[in-house]
Design a protein around this ligand. Structure first.
Ligand SMILES: [Zn+2]
Length: 272
């Protein structure tokens, strides 16, 4: 089933896409457009409806928040349609030259994406006619991930920092410690709208993000306590109330799971 909807929040237009070969989409992807700037491109499974939505937009620049397949899936498509400059961080550019392999679960949900080379790298800010967006590194979920912050408007384009107040599945190479640090950095900013790539928040976004921080910190503490008692990651997981979604874990060949969260925390503790 394919879902494609649009909405507006102040001057920002949001495009919401969902795809699931088996039924209702579980997680939606959002692409934002403001003042000529298109932020992210969604995944390849929504290519047609994405390009239909962007067809009549006056896109001047494209910005990519991180290299994941649900943000970079239609780079080639938008480049062919608009012939515009595509911006990203130097780290994102590096990763997109040879994107990491995806699991079967990821390929089924969002599809793969080929390498892409045609970027202009940018680090401090990206400007449009009426706005200035500060580029803020928020590593953790992905090491190249950045947020865009429009200080005057109090808009935060938070990529995948939030998604929800808890985490259902954790990617193999995510870092919780980095996510905690990034979330704290973002919570120091004054913002009233959080344009999350999967779950936008226009009411009390800071309180919601603070709840996520709580979840991350308490998870970290719980694992740390058990690790200090000499338990290994598997023993730690068995002691925790976290329930694994074995279907997802199996389909992803272990790349997506709750167990990864334990492993990530142990990795963070041991590397300190
Ligand atoms: Zn992501």
């Amino acid at each position: 089933m394919l879902v494609s909807e649009t909405f507006s929040h102040q001057e920002v237009r949001g495009f919401k896409f969902g795809y699931n070969p088996l039924g209702k989409p579980v997680l939606y992807s959002h692409v934002y457009f403001v003042d000529g700037l298109l932020i992210d491109t969604g995944h390849i499974k929504i290519k047609e409806s994405f390009l239909k939505r962007t067809q009549n937009l006056d896109v001047q620049k494209v910005f990519i928040t991180h290299h994941h397949e649900d943000h970079t899936g239609n780079l080639q498509g938008i480049k062919e349609q608009k012939e515009v400059e595509i911006f990203c961080s130097p780290l994102c550019q590096e990763l997109m030259k040879n994107p990491p392999d995806l699991s079967l679960a990821q390929k089924l949900t969002w599809g793969d994406r080929p390498p892409f080379y045609d970027f202009t790298t940018i680090e401090d800010k990206i400007e449009t006619i009426n706005h200035r967006f500060e580029i803020i590194p928020i590593p953790g979920h992905a090491k190249d991930m950045v947020a865009l912050y429009e200080r005057d408007k109090k808009w935060l384009f938070s990529a995948d920092l939030y998604i929800n107040s808890f985490i259902g599945y954790f990617l193999e190479n995510e870092s919780i410690q980095d996510q905690i640090n990034s979330t704290k950095r973002i919570l120091e900013l004054d913002f009233e709208a959080m344009f999350c790539a999967h779950n936008p928040q226009f009411k009390n976004p800071k309180a919601k993000l603070a709840k996520k921080l709580d979840f991350l910190e308490s998870s970290f503490e719980a694992v740390k306590n058990l690790h200090n008692q000499g338990l290994n990651p598997k023993q730690i997981f068995d002691q925790l109330p976290w329930k694994e979604d074995w279907f997802i874990r199996f389909l992803s060949g272990g790349q997506l799971s709750k167990f990864n969260m334990v492993k990530s925390i142990v990795r963070d503790i041991e590397s300190k």
